[in-house]
Design a protein around this ligand. Structure first.
Ligand SMILES: [Zn+2]
Length: 115
């Protein structure tokens, strides 16, 4: 109780939400949410679905940029390749990467449209 009054005095805001563990009101202190009874920071999580799709868009963004780097590296390798076999291998890999990149961007667009 003392901690709560101290916090309120120092400008903390009492919210209408309650701590999922002890049920005490949650306080907003310097833009962070705290349960003063547990003396722990509270992190608000949106619904699983929201987190899931946010994660996917983020993951796919990484996927796309990694593929782009690989395409760049392979292009350099291709420019140096002399043997027919090597050229063919690199070309095939490039083809797969380009297709994957296209798919990645397509799925990412779809996910973004949903949100
Ligand atoms: Zn608590």
């Amino acid at each position: 109780m003392k901690r709560m009054t101290d916090a309120l005095r120092s400008g903390a805001k009492m919210l209408s939400e309650h701590c999922p563990i002890c049920g005490s009101p949650i306080f907003e202190i310097k833009e962070e949410l705290w349960c003063l009874r547990c003396n722990k920071r509270v992190v608000k999580v949106k619904s699983d679905e929201e987190v899931g799709s946010a994660l996917s868009v983020y993951t796919l963004m990484n996927t796309a940029s990694i593929i782009s780097v690989k395409i760049e590296e392979l292009t350099i390798l291709l420019s140096r390749a002399i043997e027919v076999d090597e050229i063919r291998k690199i070309s095939e890999t490039l083809e797969v990467l380009l297709k994957t990149l296209e798919q990645t961007l397509k799925v990412r667009r779809l996910l973004k449209e949903e949100t």
